[in-house]
Design a protein around this ligand. Structure first.
Ligand code: ADP
Length: 255
C-alpha cells in the first residue's frame, strides 16, 4: 500500500511515493504549458519507474499551484500545509521553513507536530524567487545551477533594483562597466537572501530552519540565509520535493 504526493509547481512538477515509513521513489519534470498533461505523464512514469500498479496506490494528494488541473487525485492540499508537514517528516526539529521556488517564496512557522503556526508568502513579485535568478543567470550567460560556484569568494556588487526587469538592466550595465560575472553573481544572491530575510522577519524566525524549493540547491545562498536569519539553516538534496513529501505523508495518514 502506497500514497503518492504530487507537487505541481510553476516550473517543476515533482512526485514521490511513500510506503508509510520511507519515501521510496521520486520523479521530477518541467511543468511545461499543461499541468494536466504533465501531471498525468508524471504519475504514469513514476509508477512505471517504481514497477508499482495503480491498484497499489491507495491515495494521491496534490499540492502546488497546478493541483487544480489534476483530474485523477483524491485530495488537494495547500503548499503551506504540505511544506510544513514535509519538513516535520524529514526533520522533526524544524520550526521554520523557507521555501524559494520558481515563482514565489514563502516562510512558514510550524510547531513540534508539524502544524502551521503562521506563514507569509511573496507571490506578487519575481524578485527573490527562482525566476529572478533564472533571468539574471541568463543575462550573465551562466546556468542557474552555476551561480553558487561562480559567486563563491567574490566581493558582491550591490544590486539595488527591487524589480526583476530593472535589476536585469542593472546587471547589463554592471557588465558593460567591466564588473566580473563572479561579483555580479554574488550580488544577485545577496539580494535574494536580503529579500528573503526581510520577508521572514515579518513573522519571526525560530530555528532550526529548513531551506526548501529548487533555489535551496544554491549552497552559497543557504550560507547567506543562515547569516542573515541568525539561525541554523538545514537542507538536503531532495529539498525540492518537500511539498510532495508532505502531500504523500498527509495522504498516508488519512488512510
Ligand atoms: P516550483 O515549485 O515553483 O516549480 P521549485 O521549488 O521546483 O519551484 O524550484 C524551481 C526553481 O528552482 C527554478 O526557478 C530554478 O531556477 C531553481 N533552481 C533549480 N536548480 C537550481 C540551482 N542549482 N540553483 C539555484 N536555483 C535552482
Amino acid at each position: 500500500m502506497y500514497s503518492v504526493g504530487i507537487d505541481m509547481g510553476s516550473v517543476a512538477a515533482k512526485a514521490v511515493v511513500f510506503d508509510g515509513k520511507t519515501i521510496v521513489g521520486t520523479i521530477i519534470m518541467p511543468t511545461g504549458w499543461s499541468p494536466k498533461e504533465t501531471g498525468i505523464a508524471l504519475y504514469d512514469t513514476l509508477l512505471e519507474k517504481m514497477a508499482i500498479s495503480k491498484e497499489q496506490v491507495s491515495v494521491i494528494v496534490g499540492t502546488g499551484y497546478g493541483r487544480i488541473a489534476l483530474p485523477f487525485i483524491d485530495k488537494k492540499i495547500t503548499e503551506i500545509t504540505c511544506h510544513a508537514r514535509g519538513a516535520h517528516f524529514v526533520d522533526p526539529e524544524i520550526r521554520t521553513v523557507v521555501d524559494i521556488g520558481g515563482q514565489d517564496s514563502k516562510v512558514i512557522r510550524l510547531d513540534e507536530t508539524g502544524h502551521v503556526l503562521d506563514f507569509i508568502m511573496n507571490d506578487k513579485c519575481a524578485a527573490g524567487t527562482g525566476r529572478f535568478l533564472q533571468v539574471m543567470s541568463h543575462a550573465l550567460e551562466l546556468d542557474v545551477s552555476d551561480l553558487s560556484d561562480a559567486a563563491k569568494g567574490a566581493e558582491p556588487q550591490s544590486i539595488n533594483s527591487m524589480c526583476t526587469v530593472f535589476a536585469e538592466s542593472e546587471v547589463v550595465s554592471l557588465m558593460a562597466e567591466g564588473a566580473s560575472k563572479e561579483s555580479i553573481a554574488a550580488g544577485l544572491l545577496l539580494s535574494v537572501s536580503k529579500k528573503t530575510a526581510s520577508l521572514a522577519s515579518r513573522i519571526g524566525v525560530v530555528g532550526p530552519v529548513y531551506f526548501s524549493g529548487g533555489v535551496s540547491k544554491n549552497h552559497l545562498l543557504r550560507e547567506q540565509l543562515a547569516e542573515r536569519l541568525e539561525a541554523e539553516v538545514r537542507s538536503c538534496d531532495y529539498a525540492q520535493f518537500l511539498g510532495a513529501i508532505g502531500a504523500a505523508v498527509i495522504g498516508f495518514e488519512s488512510l
